[in-house]
Design a protein around this ligand. Structure first.
Ligand SMILES: NC(=O)c1ccc[n+]([C@@H]2O[C@H](COP(=O)([O-])OP(=O)(O)OC[C@H]3O[C@@H](n4cnc5c(N)ncnc54)[C@H](O)[C@@H]3O)[C@@H](O)[C@H]2O)c1
Ligand SMILES: O=C(O)CC[C@@H](O)C(=O)O
Length: 392
């Protein structure tokens, strides 16, 4: 049985799927795959046998993608699997930013001296809030989460302005036509009463909301960060709150600089923590892992190009290689030189890497052995895997 190593609490929906497909979970053999949520893999040694790592979640900044890509390890995430959960917590956070619900609950439960009179109608005046309707929401990042938040805010009668320079023909359709597309993030920050950030923690987005950007915001505005710690400069946010340049900051990422601050609400990274989201993400992760390890199909990879085709031949060879000229020529020549007939050849590249899948019917043991050893010796080939179709 193929061993899969897991980290963190993975929903049984994903684990059961793997067990039903003849995988062992956390067995003694060297693992072929890793399934995880927020474990920091930057500090973990990754076994030489590992061929795939799947994050049951959207962000993958906890995985050393660049380093593992050079080793031929395919890395996957589960886009959209928990987007609805994050959307709902973002809407709850908007309400918490508009109404002093947290303080009001503490007030109503305050048992100091057992004084019930504290909780009377006449004392509740300090807990008046405002309404979201008619206010402007700025959404930075209109991907799986941001587009859902933006569309839902329209139904709350908010005006919505969004910013996402990465939208393309495949993703733009998710965003309701009533949402204004800003040409710059500055436009969003200057206009919005509420700003919510839904972007990945990549190097270019570290401290994306910094002191300069905070200065552009209205002093009455609220800032929400359910993306990642490190996307907002929390020190700068604290300073803005202290100087009345920002009204409230809600974040899903604990940071000691923000502790015990009445203008801050912190949740412990629970944006994706619903039963539904955990089940969906774990099942997506398990399926993608099994698909890659058994057929070579790549779906939702964050480091290699996706190739997802029906497995109709007896064999396939998947070749991960660098995206440099003449690789296809050399690979086809290799098969030709060894008298192996190619039924179909698929190739896609993204960034520095490319994936070539070769479909084969007639493949002697000797030829298979040769492919395993000699193909990897072509310069710029990173890793070759052979797949056998169990249905033929
Ligand atoms: N709190 C949680 O538990 C939780 C759960 C899910 C996701 N997240 C975080 O939220 C992030 C977004 O999730 P998603 O599912 O929407 O991802 P996604 O990949 O679907 O969308 C991200 C969007 O951000 C855009 N983007 C990137 N950089 C940008 C920038 N500088 N300015 C504007 N737009 C930019 C991209 O073009 C993309 O459309 C994830 O990367 C993850 O870090 C947190
Ligand atoms: O596993 C979780 O609960 C967090 C998931 C979240 O960080 C994500 O990026 O999808």
């Amino acid at each position: 049985m193929t061993n899969i190593k897991t980290y963190n609490a993975i929903s049984s929906k994903g684990l059961d799927y793997l067990k039903a497909h003849h995988y062992e979970i956390n067995g003694n053999d060297a693992p072929k795959g890793i399934l995880l949520r927020s474990q920091n893999l930057h500090d973990e040694p990754i076994d030489d046998n590992v061929r795939a790592i799947v994050r049951a979640g959207a962000g993958f900044n906890n995985i050393p993608v660049e380093e593992l890509s050079k080793r031929g390890i395919a890395i996957f995430n589960t886009p959209g699997g928990n987007a609805n959960a994050v959307k709902e917590l973002t809407i709850a956070s908007l309400v918490l930013a508009a109404r002093p619900v947290v303080g009001a609950i503490q007030f109503a439960n305050d048992t100091r001296g057992g004084d019930v009179s504290l909780r009377t109608e006449s004392n509740k005046g300090g807990y008046r809030g405002t309404e979201l309707a008619g206010k402007k929401l700025g959404v930075i990042g209109l991907g799986n989460v941001g587009s859902k938040v933006a569309n839902t805010a329209l139904a709350l009668d908010m005006d919505v302005i969004g910013y996402d320079p990465g939208l393309n023909a495949n993703t733009a359709w998710r965003v309701d036509r009533h949402i204004v597309h800003a040409r710059s993030v500055e436009e969003v920050l200057e206009q919005a009463d509420y700003v919510t950030v839904h972007i990945p923690l990549e190097e270019k987005n570290r401290y994306f909301i910094d002191a300069d950007k905070l200065h552009l915001m209205k002093p009455t505005a609220a800032l929400l960060n359910l993306s990642r710690g490190g996307i907002v400069d929390d020190e700068a946010a604290k300073e803005a709150l202290d100087n009345d340049q920002l009204r409230v900051y809600i974040t899903d990422f604990a940071d000691s600089v923000l502790f015990d601050n009445p203008k801050v609400i912190i949740t412990p990274h629970i944006g994706g923590s619903t039963i539904e989201a955990e089940d969906t993400s774990a099942l997506m992760a398990a399926r993608q892992l099994d698909e890659y390890l058994t057929t070579g199909n790549i779906v939702n990879s964050v480091n290699y190009p996706d190739i997802n085709e029906p497995f109709t031949t007896k064999y396939r060879v998947g070749i991960i290689h660098e995206n440099v000229p003449n690789m296809l020529g050399q690979i086809s020549k290799f098969f030709g030189d060894h008298n192996i007939n190619i039924e179909q050849l698929s190739n896609r590249a993204v960034g520095n890497y490319a994936y070539t899948m070769v479909a084969i019917n007639d493949f002697t043991e000797e030829q298979q052995e040769l492919v395993k050893t000699a193909l990897d010796e072509i310069p710029h080939v990173i890793l070759t895997r052979r797949y056998v179709n169990p249905r033929i």
